[in-house]
Design a protein around this ligand. Sequence first.
Ligand code: SF4
Ligand code: SF4
Length: 215
Amino acid sequence: MGNYFKDLWSGISTVLIGMKVTFVHLFQPNITIQYPKVKKEMYPRTRARLVNYMPECGFCQSCARVCPIGIIEMKGVRGEPEDNMGFFKDGKPRKIHMVEFKIDFAKCLYCGLCVDACDTESLHWEAPQEATMDNREALLIDFSTYTPEEIARLYAREEEKKKAKAAATATAGTAPATPKPVAPKPPAEPPAEATPPAPPEIIPPKPEPANGESA
Ligand code: SF4
Ligand code: SF4
């Protein structure tokens, strides 16, 4: 009987202690949020998602070279003057069409070396609350803003340029060589004047001996 009342008191006191803790928290500010209706702001230096702001990316490839696992791939096509590609924020003209800039986030170490190597700060961290994907393929992200049609057109133009260059080189190789101008030779020295032959020696005839004289 004594144990019965002892256990009864133990149960009632435990409930009262729990209710006291609950009652005290009724008058304190909340320490939880109603996620996902309410979202907390991430810390500014959170490495949640890498983003490349393409208008400031200059195809220098520093990020790709420094990445320890080589997961940054990029392709560019040289622009032509008529493309009117605009300028970077530092005033330099854009010269390359960035037709591809891929990062495979399924392999990324989030080391941040690529961000440190990017002089233009086009590659940077963003901190969304939910940097998640529902399939692995979606983690291979291409930041290029070119449409497939634009990319096809640029590659076709590049191909045309290569063909024209190859044809020009071939034509230059088969054309007859232009004869080199030959400097005129100086006139030959006039032959030395021949010595005129000596006149024949005239020998006077011997006088005839007189009659009676021996020779
Ligand atoms: S954070 Fe590191 S691993 Fe990821 S892309 Fe940049 S350099 Fe490569
Ligand atoms: S380092 Fe920066 S500017 Fe250079 S290719 Fe990478 S993202 Fe672009």
